[in-house]
Design a protein around this ligand. Structure first.
Ligand code: ADP
Ligand code: MG
Length: 486
């Protein structure tokens, strides 16, 4: 018997229709037995493990369907599944066997539905776009905004570092396309709330103007969709779709650097939308002028509206965010603990959230209440595992070689084997896009080649990636890993 994890995006044994069910329909479809069986299951678990563990990890799960011996349950997010699998697998297997017999199976389904309010608790940890579960009539024109409806202004804590960006976003949501903030260009470091803010803007617009067509997309996905449209000869359809919308939200626009064709297309879409007073919202990890490999004419347009940064939260904001999140997680933190975390975790909001989750997990694992000592220990654990993100030609080379399964040294020598040449060219391309090194320096690090070889390599990779979806995915994946330090 094996418990199985099913992600909404990667359906395995479930039809897509089923996955897109709204809560109402799901409840209608829910087999009566699933609740009964789940209750029995919980009863046994409750008797076996400490109360806090039970309420942290099992109560948030919800049964959806019982099919033969297979029980499907909704799980708030990936992290949950990992945790449960790691700590309670044997207990779960034994319990499932006890209730459903030897062939019994538990299938985890990661939930993303806005109506799964019981799952709100941990919902904001996920970055994955959620299926838009608006009533059918509002998406009758087949428009999926890709917005994650958990990102709202109500749960976006205001602080000095984000006040201006937030105010601009709210103004836009009241009057999309009609303010001078077009485009709104929000920039700042990782985990500072850019995605949250721009998605909250989209969600609020959709609430106020349900007929508006909104698309939220990451620059990476935008590129992939475009490349795919080239391959399937559907570029015209692709541009038509984007030219017909009311609000275009593109996240992490820096990932477009070096992608000339995609930039050209965006340039035209931008002009069309802007001329027709449609709203454009962009986010980036750096201000426009610092994005290398971006077409000048496109960059200049980024500055047409309002360019605003988000800064790391100050102490008071960190406390406010911790209070807000811990309330949601259902834990009551003393002022002493709040201060301790806010003093120690200073870099960004994602880390503050991560610390709270780890604290909850540690408390559950050790069956101890959340106290000062445990908070101290959790912070220590986080600090020792934290690593500095720095992108050098050296770590680019290592990562690329690992991906292409070639020897680092061969890439640095004059080896002409096909797979080595490809890895070398990708490494050169990423070094040009991601580091400040000159073409000469890059050439020197890859077997003493001159700058024209580096230019040739970069052009070649751009050309190949614009035709080959899988190479495109590999290059974007590597780039993301390097930029986000993951
Ligand atoms: P970025 O896109 O800048 O990397 P995100 O928007 O993904 O950052 O934010 C990281 C996490 O922190 C998300 O879970 C988000 O909901 C949360 N977050 C960010 N800013 C705030 C805020 N001001 N108030 C509450 N939560 C926030
Ligand atoms: Mg983001």
């Amino acid at each position: 018997m094996n418990n199985q994890i099913v992600f909404r995006e990667k359906t395995t044994n479930i039809s897509v229709d089923n996955l897109k069910l709204t809560k109402k329909k799901r409840l209608k479809n829910k087999t009566p037995n699933s609740s009964k069986v789940w209750k029995e299951f919980l009863l046994i678990i409750k008797k076996t493990i400490p109360n806090l563990s039970y309420s942290s990890w099992f109560l948030p799960l919800k049964p959806i369907e019982l099919n033969g011996g297979e029980l499907k349950v909704l799980v708030p997010n990936n992290y949950f599944v990992e945790w449960i699998e790691q700590h309670y697998n044997t207990l779960i297997n034994n319990t499932v066997e006890q209730i459903l017999g030897k062939d019994g199976k538990l299938v985890y389904i990661i939930s993303k539905d806005e109506e799964d309010d019981v799952l709100d608790l941990f919902s904001e940890q996920t970055e994955k776009p959620m299926v838009n579960s608006k009533p059918e009539e509002t998406i009758a024109n087949n428009f999926e905004s890709n917005l994650n409806s958990h990102y709202k202004f109500e749960n976006y804590v205001k602080g000095e570092g984000n006040a201006l960006a937030r105010a601009a976003a709210i103004a836009i949501s009241e009057n999309p396309g009609e303010t001078t903030f077009n485009p709104l260009f929000v920039y700042g470091g990782v985990g500072l709330g850019k995605t949250h803010l721009i998605q909250a803007t989209g969600n609020t617009i959709l609430e106020k103007f349900p007929a508006k067509k909104i698309i939220y997309i990451s620059a990476d996905n935008f590129t992939s969709q475009f490349v795919e449209s080239i391959q399937t000869n559907t570029t015209a359809k692709f541009s038509k779709r984007y030219n017909s919308i009311d609000v275009l939200i593109i996240d992490d626009i820096q990932f477009l650097s070096g992608r000339e064709k995609t930039q050209d297309l965006l340039f035209h879409i931008f002009n069309n939308l802007h001329q027709s007073r449609k709203q454009i919202i962009l986010s980036s990890d750096k201000p426009p002028k610092e994005i290398v490999g971006m077409n000048e004419r496109l960059l200049s347009r980024f500055n047409w509206g309002l360019t605003v940064d988000v800064q790391p939260p100050d102490f008071e904001t960190r406390i406010a965010i911790l209070k807000n999140k811990s309330d949601k997680f259902g834990i009551d933190l003393t002022n002493e603990i709040l201060d301790l975390i806010a003093y120690n975790i200073t870099s960004n909001i994602r880390e503050l959230e991560g610390c709270l989750i780890k604290l909850l997990a540690n408390s559950s694992l050790n069956s101890t209440p959340v106290n000062f000592e445990l908070a101290r220990k959790t912070i220590d654990e986080i600090s020792t595992t934290k690593r500095e993100v720095s992108i050098s030609i050296d770590n680019i080379t290592k990562l690329v070689c690992k991906e292409f399964d070639v020897d680092d040294n061969k890439v640095r020598e004059k080896n002409r084997k096909k797979e080595v040449v490809l890895a070398r060219q990708v490494a050169m391309y990423l070094s040009k896009v991601l580091t400040k090194s000159s073409l000469k320096t890059i050439g020197l690090q890859f077997g003493g080649r001159d700058h024209s070889t580096v230019i040739h390599a970069c052009n070649n990779i751009e050309k190949l990636a614009s035709k080959d979806v899988s190479l495109n995915k590999i290059v974007s994946g590597l780039r993301k890993k390097l930029e986000l330090g993951v």
